[in-house]
Design a protein. Structure first.
Lengths: 220, 225
């Protein structure tokens, strides 16, 4: 399965890095994950490989850098085509790209609006988050996965964000399972996949990490 | 011309609409263009793009495709046997093209808008400097992607040419209204010449809105737009 040297500049809690890791694992690609200390000072390699945004993840394939998680997952899918993440039909691919783009534009911002709230989380922030998940439920329909019978592109883009949901539930005082049972059922199906279960961090640890972030930003 | 049931919903000054039209022209696809009045969106638009309610929307055999860059990729794939490829064939080059297209939509677009919405001479000057910084980065991207050829995509217009080139009409308007040269023969020589070639290209020249018409629209729009 090796087609050259693969290095991932990584941060354990970043849902964007997790996307790349799940994609690589699904393809059976071996890689070296190098942890970046985002608070201590970014490595020279990161600053050189991603001078525009200076962010993780960065995938280095035989030394050539790729940035932006959705673009990285697309690259992994094209370079190691089996098993495919994107469907083969052009229209279905366009739909998958549309929902990936929607997730990129909406989900993490909504997550951050909740955990960054000072004091009680405003109803608007909670409702917006739930509304986004409901729209994704619409896109899922009756399928097991966004990709159909098995994990696909949109599933890989979406599932890493869910390890931040426990923190959101704690701060927001609600449960995704109650508000969006279909979405919750999809999360459980993904977690039954060995790659996902192995790679996603414990949501409790993410919650503790979020508390650390809040302290750093002086949020009470 | 390739016959097919294709409709495009759009608004004539939109750079995002232009992307869809250039892609369809490259692939010689006939389509019906339906002009939207953004003050009062059509039933068809609301039905085809219920999530964002925005143009452009491409409707192919009654199936809608939304988001301009996604439309361009779809056109490239759905009519892959017609005309040249729009995306590069190498996965790394594709990733680079997608990276810069996303950069254009995020950094370039907001920098261009900031000039329009800047209050006062100081703010305007700062906004212009910011845009020029973005252009210098794009100049570097042009040199790397084009590898000495005419376009980002090589000998022919490609994905990144379409993504960035579709803003040239509005760039010209901004230059005119602020009496400033943004694309500069000295600072951005590659992009300066590329812009002329892009606007003259057969796939572009009939769908590029006239700078004067765009300027009229801008002048008549409320101050905040």
């Amino acid at each position: 399965m090796s087609k050259g040297e693969v290095v991932l500049l990584d941060c354990w809690a970043s849902p964007f890095c997790l996307r790349a890791k799940i994609a690589l694992a699904e393809k059976g690609v071996e890689y070296e994950a190098r942890a970046e200390n985002l608070f201590g000072g970014k490595s020279d390699l990161l600053l050189k490989s991603n001078p525009i945004y200076k962010k993780v993840p960065v995938l280095l394939h035989d030394g050539k850098p790729l940035c932006e998680s959705t673009i990285i997952v697309n690259y992994i899918d094209e370079t190691w085509p089996s098993p495919p993440l994107l469907p083969s039909c052009a229209y279905e691919r366009a739909k998958a790209r549309f929902w990936s783009d929607f997730i990129d534009k909406k989900v993490f911002d909504a997550v951050c609006n909740i955990w960054k709230s000072k004091g009680e989380v405003p109803e608007t922030a909670k409702n917006e988050f739930i509304e986004i998940l409901k729209q994704l439920e619409g896109a899922l329909g009756e399928k097991d996965f966004f990709g159909g019978d098995s994990l696909g592109f949109v599933d890989v883009i979406a599932i890493p964000l869910t390890c931040w949901f426990y923190a959101v539930e704690k701060f927001g005082g609600f449960k995704v399972e109650n508000e969006c049972p279909k979405f919750s059922a999809w999360m459980n199906k993904c977690m039954q996949r060995e790659t996902v279960a192995r790679i996603l961090p414990d949501p409790e640890k993410v919650y503790e990490f979020v508390i650390t972030l809040r302290n750093m930003f002086g949020i009470e | 011309m390739v016959k097919s049931d294709v409709k495009v919903l759009g608004f004539w000054p939109s750079p995002f609409l232009m992307r869809a039209r250039i892609a369809l022209k490259i692939k010689s696809v006939e389509y019906e263009f339906l002009e939207e009045n953004l003050g009062s969106k059509s039933e068809l638009l609301l039905k085809s793009n219920p999530v964002h309610k925005k143009i452009p929307v491409l409707i192919h055999n009654d199936k809608p495709v939304c988001e301009s860059l996604i439309i361009v990729e779809y056109v490239d794939e759905a009519w892959s046997s017609s005309g040249p490829s729009i995306l590069p064939s190498d996965p790394y080059d594709r990733a680079v093209a997608r990276f810069w297209a996303a950069y254009v939509d995020e950094k370039w677009f907001s920098a261009l808008r900031d000039i329009g919405s800047a209050n006062g001479a100081e703010a305007k000057k700062a906004a212009i400097e910011q845009l020029i910084e973005v252009l210098v980065l794009l100049e570097d991207a042009f040199v790397k992607c084009s590898k000495g050829k005419a376009f980002f995509g090589g000998n022919q217009i490609g994905f990144l040419d379409i993504a960035f080139g579709s803003y040239l009409g509005w760039l010209r308007v901004t230059e005119k209204m602020n009496e400033v040269k943004l694309l500069d023969e000295v600072k951005t020589p590659g992009l300066f010449k590329w812009a002329e070639r892009f606007c003259a290209d057969a796939a572009v020249k009939d769908v590029m809105p006239e700078t004067d018409k765009l300027a009229e629209l801008k002048a008549s729009a409320p101050p905040s737009s």
